[in-house]
Ligand binder design. Structure first.
Ligand code: G4P
Length: 525
């Protein structure tokens, strides 16, 4: 098969949702359709249960599970689907954001009872930053939820994206009878808990009397009216608009009952993008280019507690990746050869010889790789776009064992390379502050520093509001600003300048007083 054919056969995507909307359930049903698993319950939830939020063992368990389900590959209708798992727990939000840099599209699950939730909004913001195409799956239609039109309005308003329903529910909750697929022009009737579904009754024209026979006159009338309204309100679906991230097609269903999932998957296969071209600092690289390029978006440590080995997850962006071939590591200006290369099929890892654009492979690493690193066949440009967001919680690292400061330095550096948290080192006094999105990470860091590096630390509370990356087109003004705010200036792990703001009102005042300085809450600008 030619490279072009391999590329057009691939779909790499992620499912995102607010916890509990049904991401794990939907994932499992997709895998069932793909034949990747045989029975429900095989995919362990990668979420941390509410009652165990601060239970450290739970975090470790989560880490173990999440490596197994980090990437799930399966085949469906001749297409190789790579589904990337994203942690739903908000403390791992950074991990999710980074994973989203490695996908070409996203399916967003929304609970029809709860509507758009806070985590959904945040995740959508990340998708919008890169114009990632999004398909929305409105789940739990077997429960009494909100009115579909109201839900669609809320999605448009809160997620700031236009929607276009491609299926429409007939009733809801106890009255839920099924969905009419506007995409296939077919009616699919709902039978709770049914494992496999019929292909649906094809109804090209809704005025067909067959509809009344199947669902009764009242519901037939209702669906006719509602579909007419949908077609009147929402412009015709154009695939281009979806691919450009301007319109999100919407499906309704019930994942746990396996309803509406096949329709979603079939349409996804048809409309979702195959591996996209991607930007490096220097140019746009097409997936069809002969030379291999790819980037690391995730690092998983502790594969085996006895050895400090890690798996670096590489997204292949162009050409073909071959085992045992030398690749150029742009940041280190060095060549590396990988003999242990794994692909992820459902929950199994298998050693592979070749991977194509869109594929995610695991490279065994002994500490050379860092999130955001690029591998090429000699070209020097790095892939762009694995941003860091300003953390929400900050704590100062206090070394409790002066004899182990080297181990501490190394441990901190490697954990930061893995993306566990962000480290800021103050210009004055070399104080080190760790910033995270959630509180769980501090426990993880403390534990791992002790057990993997032999360094004992304590985290002291510090009162900080945000870390913002600063720059200015006027070097003199920047210098003046740094001089006047020296106590609050730090560097991130790349050496980029960061202003550590103590509280919101002060931050606003500083922004007003220094209009020549640009303050960014994301590390890439
Ligand atoms: P998440 O990964 O997004 O966090 O959600 P997950 O799939 O774990 O689903 C959260 C809960 O919602 C689960 O119930 C799941 O069974 C339920 N659920 C998923 N899809 C549907 C649906 O279409 N209809 C209804 N009524 N419920 C659905 P749970 O009680 O938390 O877990 P479990 O004991 O059922 O596994």
């Amino acid at each position: 098969m030619s490279l072009q054919e391999e590329i057009s056969k691939r779909r790499t995507f992620g499912i995102i949702s607010h916890p509990d909307a049904g991401k794990t359930t939907l994932t499992e049903k997709l895998l069932l359709f793909g034949g990747a698993i045989q029975k429900a319950g095989a995919v362990k939830s990668s979420k941390i249960s509410d009652h165990a939020k601060s239970d450290f063992m739970e975090i470790e368990k989560q880490r173990g599970i999440s490596v197994a389900t980090s990437v799930m590959g399966f085949n469906y209708r001749g297409i190789k689907i790579n589904l990337l798992d994203t942690p739903g727990h908000q403390d791992f939000a950074e991990d999710t954001y980074r994973t989203l840099t490695a996908v070409d599209s996203v399916i967003m699950v929304i609970d029809c009872v709860k509507g758009v939730e806070i985590q959904t909004e945040k995740l959508m913001e990340v998708c919008r930053m890169r114009d990632t195409p999004v398909i929305v799956f409105i789940n739990k239609m077997d429960r009494e939820g909100r009115d579909p039109f109201e839900l669609l309005d809320e999605i448009e308003e809160k997620l700031k994206i236009n929607v276009r329903p491609l299926s429409w529910p007939i009733g809801m909750g106890k009255r839920f009878k099924g969905v009419y697929s506007l995409y296939e022009k077919a009616l699919h009737l709902f039978e709770p808990s049914k494992r496999t579904l019929s292909d649906g009754v094809s109804i090209e024209n809704l005025s067909d009397a067959k509809l009344d026979e199947l669902i009764g006159e009242t519901d037939a009338e209702m669906i006719r009216e509602e579909v007419e309204l949908v077609d009147g309100v929402y412009p015709e679906f154009k695939n281009r608009d979806y691919l450009d991230g301007k319109v999100a097609p919407v499906f309704f269903g019930s994942a746990v009952n396996n309803f509406g999932v096949k329709e979603l998957l079939d349409c996804f296969i048809d409309i979702a993008p195959d591996p996209n071209p991607r930007e490096t600092e220097e140019r746009l690289i097409e997936p069809t280019e002969e030379k291999m390029t790819g980037f690391i978006f995730k690092i998983h440590a502790n594969m085996d507690p006895k050895h400090r080995n890690r798996i670096a997850f590489l997204r292949v962006c162009s050409g073909q990746f071959e085992r045992k071939k030398n690749y150029y590591h742009v940041r280190q200006n060095k060549s590396f050869r990988f003999s242990n290369v794994t692909a992820f099929m459902a929950q199994d890892k298998e050693v592979i010889d070749i991977a194509y654009p869109g594929d995610i492979i695991g490279l065994y690493d002994t500490g050379n790789m860092k999130i955001g690193d690029t591998l090429t066949e000699g070209e020097k440009g790095s892939y762009k776009g694995i941003p860091s967001f300003s953390p929400e919680i900050f704590k100062e690292v206090v070394n409790l064992d002066a004899m182990k400061s080297k181990q501490l330095d190394k441990g901190l550096r490697q954990l930061m390379d893995e993306g566990v948290a962000q480290l800021f080192t103050y210009d004055l006094g070399s104080r080190r502050v760790v910033g995270t999105v959630g509180a769980l990470q501090f426990e993880v860091i403390q534990y791992r520093l002790k057990h993997e590096y032999g360094a004992t630390v304590r985290f002291a509370p510090v009162s900080l509001y945000k870390a913002c990356w600063i720059e200015s087109s006027d070097p003199k003004k920047l210098k003046e600003f740094i001089a006047s705010k020296q106590r609050h200036i730090a560097k991130d792990k790349e050496g980029k300048l960061v202003f550590m703001a103590e509280n919101k009102s002060w931050m606003q005042m500083v922004e007003q007083n220094f209009p020549e300085i640009n303050f960014h809450f994301i590390s890439e600008f």
